[in-house]
Design a protein. Structure first.
Length: 262
């Protein structure tokens, strides 16, 4: 299966478009613009994805992508000054929490380039900050047997000298692989590629490898690209939180092209 879209003044029917709050999705001569406009505390999201199916007036998920495949995105982010607010990125996930479709929450699976601004703190890989621009993988479905030990492990990891010793083997079981990237990359045009294989993943930016890891989700997952103004706090020490951030100036991700070969 192959999808190739250069967004030449049109939005392909292959994409489901989400515009929530001040979020807007619009084709332009430079590419598809995903924009969040200024807002006080209203959740806003501009997003395209390929996993929604409408049948009889109802929505369901159809996650089609499995390894091996290659996904290439050329993109950049425009902000009036400074860094984006909230989260943004592109890649594949399993939409684990779904307010728009009634189903039980799923354990997260993802392989993507992900940005989160403070107070976002998803500190999943030891030694990698919980915010910033990252290449990342996770497949928590491979560690269901760890669930009974979650509470005591969380409590013990609040002791600094035990954190590294306990978390690193758990991180491997959760197939978490991450690399922190220069946030400055977001402001200029770059080509981001993921080679998603059965037993490893390779992330490159402009043909330079930024992360090669044996940790890769099994699938099936769906493609998503988005910009929003939310944050999430999830740490091994049991800190959890969610919310939205005030956006004072327009912020836009421009997608020049998306190519998926699988």
């Amino acid at each position: 299966m192959r999808i190739e879209d250069r967004f030449e003044n049109a939005i392909s029917p292959a994409w489901d478009v989400a515009e929530i709050g001040t979020g807007r999705v619009a084709p332009s001569t430079e590419g598809l613009r995903l924009t969040v406009n200024p807002t006080e505390r209203q959740y806003s999201n501009a997003q395209i994805s390929d996993y929604y199916v409408r049948e009889g007036g109802k929505l369901r998920f159809d996650f089609r992508w499995r390894p091996p495949l290659r996904r290439t995105v050329t993109a950049w982010v425009k902000v009036g000054g400074g860094q984006p607010i909230g989260t943004a990125g592109f890649g594949f996930w399993n939409h684990p929490f779904s307010p728009d479709i009634k189903r039980l929450p799923r354990l997260p699976q993802a392989i993507w380039f992900f940005f989160g601004s403070p107070p976002n703190n998803m500190q999943l890989a030891y030694g990698v900050p919980g915010h910033g621009w990252k290449a990342a993988t996770i497949d928590a479905t491979r560690a269901l047997y760890l669930a009974p030990f979650a509470l005591p492990a969380v409590l013990l990891m609040r002791i600094p000298r035990l954190y590294k010793r306990l978390w690193q083997p758990i991180q491997r079981r959760l197939n978490i692989g991450e690399a922190a990237l220069d946030v400055g990359l977001l402001a200029s045009r770059h080509t981001y590629r993921i080679d998603w294989q059965v037993n490893r993943a390779i992330f490159t930016i402009d043909d330079n490898v930024v992360l090669e890891t044996p940790f890769a989700p099994r699938g099936a997952l769906g493609f998503v690209a988005w910009v929003d103004n939310q944050y999430a706090i999830v740490t091994p020490q049991g800190n959890f939180g969610f919310g939205v951030i005030k956006v004072e100036q327009e912020q836009t991700m421009v997608l020049e092209q998306v190519v998926i070969d699988g």
